[in-house]
Design a protein around this ligand. Structure first.
Ligand SMILES: Nc1ncnc2c1ncn2[C@@H]1O[C@H](COP(=O)(O)OP(=O)(O)O)[C@@H](O)[C@H]1O
Ligand SMILES: CC(C)(COP(=O)(O)O)[C@@H](O)C(=O)NCCC(=O)O
Length: 242
């Protein structure tokens, strides 16, 4: 069994893989990380190896607790990956994006794949049919857009995402929801259209905490998989063992 940890900027996801199958999944806040790890090893003593991708605020001490329990690997920009990395600043690339590109590579090798991760930020990552990672884009995530409007104005309230019946907002709250929800979904559809114009037979994967909420609102056909990054990490753990 492998313990796979994706520490993002909002939440830490812990998954246990038995070969390619996820048999346990939980999401915790950064401050609960150490307790969650201890409990996981108590409940699943069969875990032999672990990997962590951390782009959030976990400290070195928090991360190093893993080494107490098993054979532990921290994903870094020096890790081996199964594709050609053509990012011009590989040392500053988020390791979570390396995991997404890895999942894309194994999902459909030698094909054009765009991965959209709607998490704290929305990331766009492109792997082409030459198995080459090109990069993509980083934009503000759903909750970040709500937070920014509240934090940087005097009058706008802090809201959370909500289903909307009409894109014409008729109250302050509805106008904010419309701006965020229709803004994000039209951004994503617009970006997909750009990539479709350049890459033939493009496969589009949507993942991250807001994937299910957004998938219903897109005009493009996408494959939503909230566990895509975790699957990429499980591949990278096996890939870097040898
Ligand atoms: N409990 C929740 N209820 C509603 N939305 C949530 C919840 N937790 C996370 N989200 C949404 O998912 C986003 C974070 O997704 P996630 O993939 O966990 O981010 P990260 O990997 O950056 O930590 C937030 O920006 C928010 O919009
Ligand atoms: C863009 C990110 C903040 C996304 O993090 P997330 O929203 O998944 O928590 C992260 O991948 C990161 O810190 N990247 C470094 C810059 C780069 O990828 O070029």
């Amino acid at each position: 069994m492998n313990l796979i940890i994706d520490a993002g900027n909002t939440k830490v996801k812990l998954a246990i893989f038995k070969k390619a199958e996820i048999i346990h999944l939980e999401t915790v806040a950064t401050y609960d990380f150490v307790e969650a790890v201890k409990k996981t090893f108590k409940d699943f003593p069969q875990i032999k190896s672990a990997i962590i991708s951390s782009v959030g605020s976990l400290s070195k001490e928090q991360i190093n607790i893993m080494a107490v329990f098993c054979d532990f690997y921290e994903l870094s920009n020096a890790s081996k990956v199964p594709f050609k990395n053509s990012y011009a600043s590989p040392q500053t690339l988020g390791v979570d994006r390396l995991a997404l590109a890895t999942a894309a590579f194994y999902y459909k090798p030698h094909s054009n794949i765009l991965v959209i991760d709607a998490g704290t930020c929305i990331t766009y990552d492109m792997v082409n049919d030459f198995d080459e990672y090109l990069g993509g884009a980083i934009s503000p995530g759903v909750q970040m857009r709500y937070n920014a409007m509240h934090d940087q104005t005097a009058k706008l309230p802090l809201l959370e995402k909500k289903e909307l019946l009409d894109y014409i907002g008729n109250t302050t709250e509805n106008c904010i929801h419309s701006g965020v929800v229709y803004g994000v979904s039209h951004e994503i559809d617009g970006v997909i259209d750009l990539y479709k114009g350049r890459f033939k037979d493009l496969t589009i994967i949507l993942t991250g905490g807001d994937a299910l909420f957004l998938s219903k609102r897109l005009k493009n056909t996408i494959f939503a998989d909230s566990k895509f990054l975790l699957k990429g990490l499980n591949y990278l753990l096996e890939y870097n063992k040898h």
